[in-house]
Design a protein around this ligand. Structure first.
Ligand code: G3I
Length: 367
């Protein structure tokens, strides 16, 4: 089943014409600077803002070569009721990308969040039902999107958070407890990738996770856990093509290039492609006294991290949005700043103007 372009609502088309951005932007876009260096830059995108904000649409069209739906490709949107698939919201992003010569990566086939109400009870009915539900979703979504989406996060956040991390796993073990693990056991991971490979052997199949970037014991342990999982998958000949590191950087955590570079190079050594999939920067608990100093600190951390990621073999860099205005870091209560300050962790400010973080990224892309 391919997605018919004629289904695109007129409203979405009207909101998506590539108008000039509201403000003058630097000469070269991040998209072009990255491309010139053999890198790919992109961003998460929100369908609702595409419909309503022409400046947002123009900035996305200009700056990103790859788009990743922030929400529109998750299970709760694509299969809100069992057997009822709805690709209309995702189609709005696919149509926008096609108009702007952009690729779209899929996020995410399986996750423990953004599950529709019917799914957890269905998974709890037992392994036969859970396996059938998982296979139907993966097959249907991949078959429907394969002409437009060639790279998917097959699994998101399957590694358990170690002690000392933000939300440590309540039980020991490398794998996060989730409805999937409870229903199907650890084998769900291999099964999901094997089903995806069967649908289309030319898709890039990615395992995506977070909390592996910092220079502290928790991140070191999470890197070790992810490496153990990946080694096992490679030994079992599971069709895994790439590792996505989300890179929701936290400036309250120390960063040093060496441990991250070594870990990334070990993954590269297994023949895996590497991507930074959700880059943004959470500022320290105590903020610098001025916006200029805050922005400079965020820019420095961004540059340090990106230089290390590229040295480790990363060739795709995606931010989790472009503008502070729309960042989950401001909108999501669980991560919004307790002091009420507005996080400044993305390349553009709330008026879609470039910030020092964007200039730092441009410098790194220029090499
Ligand atoms: O827009 C709909 C609205 O129409 C609907 O009525 C309402 C019903 O709940 O939902 C609204 O959508 C919200 C969506 O964001 C809008 O983009 C969802 O409620 C809300 O849950 C969703 O939150 C997203 C979250 O993942 C859960 O899917 C965040 O935007 C998104 O930034 C966040 O992204 C995750 C990555 O997928 C994985 N890595 C961590 C990252 C941050 O949590």
């Amino acid at each position: 089943m391919s997605i018919a372009r004629r289904s695109l609502p007129a409203l979405a088309v009207a909101g998506c014409t590539a108008l000039q951005p509201a403000r003058a932007q630097p000469a070269a876009s991040l998209r072009d600077l990255a491309h010139a260096r053999g890198l790919t830059f992109g961003s998460a995108i929100r369908h609702d803002l595409l419909r309503t904000d022409a400046g947002y649409a123009a900035l996305m069209a200009r700056e990103a070569e790859v788009l990743v739906p922030e929400w529109a490709a998750k299970w709760s949107v694509l299969q809100p009721r069992e057997g009822e698939f709805d690709f209309s919201v995702l189609q709005e992003i696919l149509a926008f990308a096609a108009r702007n010569r952009q690729r779209v990566r899929g996020h995410t086939l399986l996750w423990h969040e953004s599950l529709p109400a019917w799914l957890p009870p269905a998974l709890a009915e037992g392994p036969a039902r859970a396996g059938a539900v998982m296979e139907t979703h993966i097959r249907t979504v991949l078959e429907a999107t394969r002409p437009s989406i060639r790279d998917w996060d097959v699994l998101n956040e399957v590694v358990a958070n170690p002690p000392g991390s933000d939300n440590p796993s309540p039980i020991p073990g490398d794998l996060r407890t989730s409805p999937w693990l409870r229903a199907l056991g650890p084998d769900y991971i291999d099964r999901a990738f094997r089903i995806a490979r069967q649908v289309d052997p030319t898709l890039r199949l990615t395992l995506n996770d977070y909390g592996v970037e910092a220079d502290n014991p928790a991140a070191a342990e999470k890197r070790a856990r992810l490496l153990r999982l990946v080694r096992g998958m490679i030994q079992r000949r599971v069709p895994l093509d790439a590792i996505g590191i989300q890179a929701h950087l936290q400036m309250r955590e120390p960063f040093r290039a060496e441990p991250l570079v070594a870990w990334l190079q070990e993954l590269r050594g297994m023949g895996l492609a590497l991507a930074v999939t959700e880059l943004d920067v959470r500022e320290p608990d105590v903020l610098a006294p001025s916006v200029a100093l805050r922005d400079a600190a965020v820019a420095d951390r961004t540059a340090q991290f990106l230089e290390a990621a590229i040295a480790g073999g990363v060739r795709t860099i995606l931010t989790w949005g472009l503008s502070d205005r729309d960042s989950w870091l401001r909108l999501e209560p669980s991560v919004a700043r307790p002091d009420g300050a507005q996080t400044r962790g993305l390349p553009f400010d709330t008026d879609l103007r470039p910030k020092p973080m964007r200039e730092a990224m441009a410098r790194v892309f220029r090499g």
